[in-house]
Design a protein around this ligand. Sequence first.
Ligand code: PEP
Ligand code: MG
Length: 392
Amino acid sequence: RVRAIVLARGSASSHAAILARSYGIPMLTGAGTSVLDIAEGTLLAVDGARGELVVAPTEEVRNDVRGRIARRERDAAAVRTAAIGPATTTDGVEVAVLANVASVVDARAGVAAHADGSGLVRTELLFLGRERAPDRDEQEGVYRAVAEAFGGRRVVLRTLDAGGDKPLPFLTQPHEENPFLGVRGVRLTLRHPDLMLDQLVAMCRVAHDHPISVMLPMVSTVEEVLAARVLLDQACHEAGGRAESLRFGIMVEVPVAALKSASLAPHVDFFSVGTNDLTQYALAAERGNSGVAQLTDGLDPGVLALIAALCTGAGDVPVSVCGELAADPDAVGLLIGLGVRSLSVVAPAVPGVKQRVRAASVSAARGLAERALTCAGAAEVRDLVRSSVPSG
Ligand code: PEP
Ligand code: MG
């Protein structure tokens, strides 16, 4: 029943914003503290796409907004119907368009939006707000239900990405001054090998019946990857052997991981760029802080240069993007031009991204990406993309 959310603070790449987007709920962030003074019961008109808020709108404004909603719903329905089947560029390159999910309900929404699979299952939602970790059987049940919803399409299960802004009550962590630079993601799970092993065993069991990829968050070093692989081998053994279709990959969220992709590549089957974190770390601007929200644009040429370096170093290892940038209409063509061949986005964004892919050509996108890398800033990159139809 929630029609829209308006936040005084916050930013568009916070986890709250990502959840709202996955439910298709319009949300404005960083609207300023004056919104806290709006009287209870006041009608608001919110246009998430335009970033507009009208307090106590007149009848004329209300009619205008209703018209916009109806038009957008009609357009979205048409784009959704057209989203059936694979997305191929005009020069014949297939780009997988996948759904990011955090639950079985999200997985069903992804399938309904014609996603080609899931490029990111945020498993931590299963762990948050609990007194102890879910056991192997419970985890297996949830991962299996998500995989079943996708009916044979590949599902990428990310290992627990707690810490940072997602603390876990049952893993006592000492206070950290900078939790985003602290013990989070794979750094945390490697310090709790029993917890990590339980999760990997649950994933390996499901992999016997469904195409599953296991993905590590927040990787910074080759040693972390090797340590996790040892645990994965043990988990496969405990799950009755390694399924032939099981794949293993890492997220690229820490800038040095992008720069070290050639050293990491021999140890993984795929890379997936988490642009939300990659952008916050590259620009030293926290993703949930409205004071620096202007800085956290994944189209900053420096962030694009990191993705370009990753793709070059990756060689034949496929590169995907599962951060919010993958759903940014200005970014789709650029990412394809940089060498990305799968995009994982919130379910409501799947049809629009497929439409973008089908309008792009790899050869034109490559030229565009090269020029974007020479731009001075994100605004210039956006101008460049918008002036170069149709590859953007
Ligand atoms: C990312 O960092 O881009 C990402 C996909 O992971 P999360 O948003 O869950 O941190
Ligand atoms: Mg992340």
